[in-house]
Design a binder for this molecule. Structure first.
Ligand code: PLP
Length: 481
């Protein structure tokens, strides 16, 4: 062996263990229902199994894989189990996993067009495809004034949108006079916590984030938004950013864009729309009414890494005016200057995001879209919605349970009528059983269970069994009281 190759994994070894890793993943999916969905370990259990110091000499990869099975698996919560109904999904699929693997194999860092033209151009192209597939506003296409980019997460997308809104409102002035502290941002009380985080990071400050009240469907009240902006202007503040949510995390509330949009237009305020989970539904024409009014939005994001069979991380972020984003985020040091960028004919995605470096995420999204086709994606999204709606119907018909919020898509919020303590205990017992995994929220101060259908392999039998377990566990609990 060439001495320079000492310690490295040889191509033959890579082939051998690589195949066994693929086999391992395939077996994992075949056997996944045998694992407790929520990991049952206690804090510190996993670390206690790991040696205190790293190995001096390299170990065999077979040994490493054995330890994955023995040490790591017990500490894994099985997000890809069809009995996973917690949070929002973070689903994946064979083509996505293979796309991720290939991306790692190519090891591309696509900060500039020049650092790997295919990384940039495939991303632009796939994001344009999605505009077509979902009938999103034409202005989000790269062939118009705007365009799309893959971010790691909806949190990053919202932060970028907020920064662009801040810069637009202050005409890119520096903050020497503390002008950022006189800006205000708006989202509903049900918006995701990432909006508050973004407001803190952007120097606007949590106290300048106005949380707008919601109606009985947990959707933002546009008249309350308009009133709050008016008051803020009266008090010398400058509204710079509104985040409307399509599919809030707690209950899948849908903010009315058709009414929020004109308010933002009239005020000249950046409107960002966060559809992290629900956005995927727009693949199906019958759900596109939820996006009505999106034409007003300066930016929009949704996460294929939630519900579109594309593993974490993959958030699609669109802007109507790419110049606004690029002017906000672009800084050009000498060492990144290059001829291709100077032609002005290429996209350098480093200017569309917070970090400089970026992975080749478009591969997995491309693989997913090509594998499933629009038909396949529509089929599974419709199935998930149908299963959630059937579950909602069972809840409605049961005398001891009630629906806690409208269920426009694949999330059902519900509770037992015996009150908070009962529901809390019910949830704990269900999750400790390992048979399924649900999480909770509070709605109007009441403890509420959430059943979110979106794991790739969830079928009717899984939802039916979850409902049987919920009823049986509630009965046992009632009898023990
Ligand atoms: N926005 C909404 C509505 C969400 O539901 C979530 C996560 O569940 C997020 C944002 C944050 O997503 P990410 O993990 O991609 O930042």
């Amino acid at each position: 062996m060439d001495s320079d190759e000492r310690y490295h994994m040889t191509a033959d070894e890579f082939r051998r263990v690589g195949r066994s890793v693929i086999d391992w993943i395939a077996d994992y999916y075949e056997n996944i229902e045998g694992y407790p969905v929520m990991s049952q370990v206690k804090p510190g259990d996993i670390r206690a199994e790991l040696p205190p110091l790293p190995p001096q000499q390299g170990e065999s990869f077979d040994q490493v894989l054995e330890d994955v099975e023995r040490i790591i698996l017990p500490g894994v919560t099985h997000w890809q189990s069809p009995n996973f109904f917690a949070y929002f999904p973070a689903n994946t699929s064979g083509p996505s996993i293979l796309g991720e693997l290939l991306s790692a194999g190519l090891g591309v860092q696509g900060m500039l067009w020049q650092t790997s033209p295919a990384c940039t151009e495939l991303e632009t192209h796939v994001l344009d495809w999605l505009v077509e597939m979902m009938d999103l506003p034409e202005k989000y296409k790269s062939t118009s004034s705007g365009g799309g980019v893959i971010q790691d997460s909806a949190s990053s997308a919202s932060l970028c949108a907020l920064l662009a809104g801040r810069e637009r409102a202050t005409a890119y002035a520096s903050n020497e006079e503390g002008i950022h502290e006189r800006l205000t941002a708006y989202a509903s009380t049900q918006a995701h916590s990432s909006i508050e985080k973004a407001v803190k990071i952007a120097g606007i400050g949590s106290s300048n984030l106005r949380l707008i009240e919601t109606d009985e469907t947990y959707a933002m009240r546009p008249e309350a938004l308009a009133r709050q902006m008016f008051e803020d202007r009266q008090n010398g503040y400058t509204p710079c950013f509104v985040c409307a949510t399509l599919g809030t995390t707690s209950s899948n509330g849908i903010d009315p864009l058709e009414r929020i949009g004109p308010i933002c237009r009239a005020e000249g305020v950046w409107l960002h729309v966060d559809a992290a989970m629900a956005g995927t539904a727009a693949i199906c024409p019958e759900f596109r009414h939820l996006l009505r009014g999106l034409d007003y939005a300066d930016s929009y994001c949704f996460n294929p890494h939630k519900w579109m069979f594309t593993n974490f991380d993959c958030d699609c972020f669109y802007v109507a005016e790419r110049k606004a984003l690029i002017d906000t985020l672009s800084i050009l040091p000498e060492y990144l200057r290059n001829k291709s960028s100077e032609t002005g004919q290429v996209i350098d995605y480093r200017d569309w995001q917070i970090p400089l470096g970026r992975r080749f995420r478009a591969l997995k999204l491309w693989f997913v879209i090509r594998h499933y086709g629009i038909d396949g994606l529509q089929y599974h999204i419709r199935e998930h919605v149908r299963l959630a709606q059937e579950f909602a119907g069972w809840i409605e018909q049961h005398p001891d349970f009630e629906i806690a919020a409208p269920a426009p898509l694949n999330l059902v919020c519900f509770r037992h009528k015996n009150g908070d303590i009962f529901n809390r205990e019910l949830l704990d017992r269900l999750n400790q059983s390992g048979e399924l995994y649900l999480t909770h929220t509070t709605l109007d101060g009441e403890f509420t269970l959430r059943l979110s259908v979106g794991q790739t392999h969830t079928e009717h039998r899984h939802v039916e069994r979850a409902w049987t377990q919920i009823q049986q566990t509630a009965k046992v609990l009632e009898n023990s009281e």
